[in-house]
Design a protein around this ligand. Structure first.
Ligand code: ATR
Length: 277
């Protein structure tokens, strides 16, 4: 039996098992997807002995994504550029490969829901400066975004993040975020604000063009206060669940040999699971 897992600390909140177990069952595969809670002081050893634990590979979640990149023998271009890995697999020689599929997941979902997000090459506004924002900047730049405005509560983090990405990314002070929305074609919330249990994102959408797209990485609730406000004024919205589903597909294919599909049925299944927990 082929086995994979999600590694985190804590790990109990991870939705990855719901997605991968759904696919294992759907495709009738002899595989298992498990959860491994690994302490930060043990992560290096754990990753180096992934094969000895019987795993073909793993997803990696917080706080181990940087350690996953460091442990890899063969990191790919996305993991290297983002500075973190969320997907690991062992090859026939026992070499550990690493990828980061967060940018792929976000961009695949965005392209499906809003194929013309870059029409007219208008600026894109990204809020946040953590790991999610880093992956999204990488994905947007690879896909041809010509100008990205980056705003974060802690300005220094935005400056540090922007520096690694070159002249297409410029930092907007957090206090100026509302006016900077004028002329933007896409707004992305890459902060954790709006998530159940956190305050909503404090943002006034008045200046944002009505034909702009608004995307959120938060998927619980599915319709965040930001997305509800955007929808009410006629903006097209892209929720965070699609990113979660699409980022899972490349790992599943590596471990179990089948490229799984992100379908409306999977979406409904995971959404029901989110609602139930
Ligand atoms: P991740 O790596 O998952 O993106 P993170 O590094 O904790 O997580 O980043 C969370 C993001 O939400 C950050 O951009 C954070 O802003 P700071 O860099 O100023 O901490 C943002 N965030 C969290 N709480 C916030 C709040 N109350 N107001 C504004 N931004 C907030």
């Amino acid at each position: 039996m082929k086995r994979a897992c999600v590694i985190g600390w804590p790990v109990a909140h991870s939705r990855s098992p719901v997605i991968h177990r759904y696919w294992l069952k759907l495709y009738g595969l002899d595989g298992a997807y498990e959860m491994e809670a690994v302490r930060p002081e043990e992560i290096e050893d754990f990753l180096h002995s992934l094969g000895q634990w019987g795993y073909k590979g793993a997803n990696v979640t917080l706080p181990h994504k940087e350690a996953a990149l460091a442990a890899a023998d063969r990191p790919d271009e996305a993991a290297t550029a983002i500075g973190a890995a969320n997907t690991l697999w062992l090859d026939a020689k026992g070499l550990l490969h690493a990828s980061n599929t967060d940018a792929y997941g976000f961009m695949t979902h965005l392209a499906a829901e809003a194929p013309d997000w870059n029409k007219g090459s208008r600026p894109v506004m990204v809020l946040g400066a953590g790991g999610a924002a880093r992956a999204i900047l990488h994905g947007l730049l690879e896909a041809g975004a010509s100008k990205i405005l980056l705003a974060n509560r802690t300005g220094g983090r935005a400056e540090a993040l922007a520096q690694g990405f070159g002249s297409r990314v410029s930092v907007v002070p957090w206090e100026d975020r509302n006016r900077a929305l004028a002329g933007c074609g896409l707004l992305v919330n890459a902060t954790s604000l709006g998530m159940t249990g956190k305050p909503p994102l404090d943002l006034d959408l008045s200046a944002l063009p009505k034909d702009a797209t608004v995307a959120d990485i938060v998927y619980s609730p599915l319709e965040t206060p930001l997305l509800a406000a955007a929808k009410a004024r006629g903006n097209r919205i892209v929720d965070g669940l699609g990113t979660l589903l699409h980022q899972a597909a490349p790992g599943f294919e590596r471990w179990f040999g089948v490229r799984p599909e992100v379908t409306p049925e999977l979406r409904a299944y995971v959404a029901a699971h989110l609602g139930a927990s």
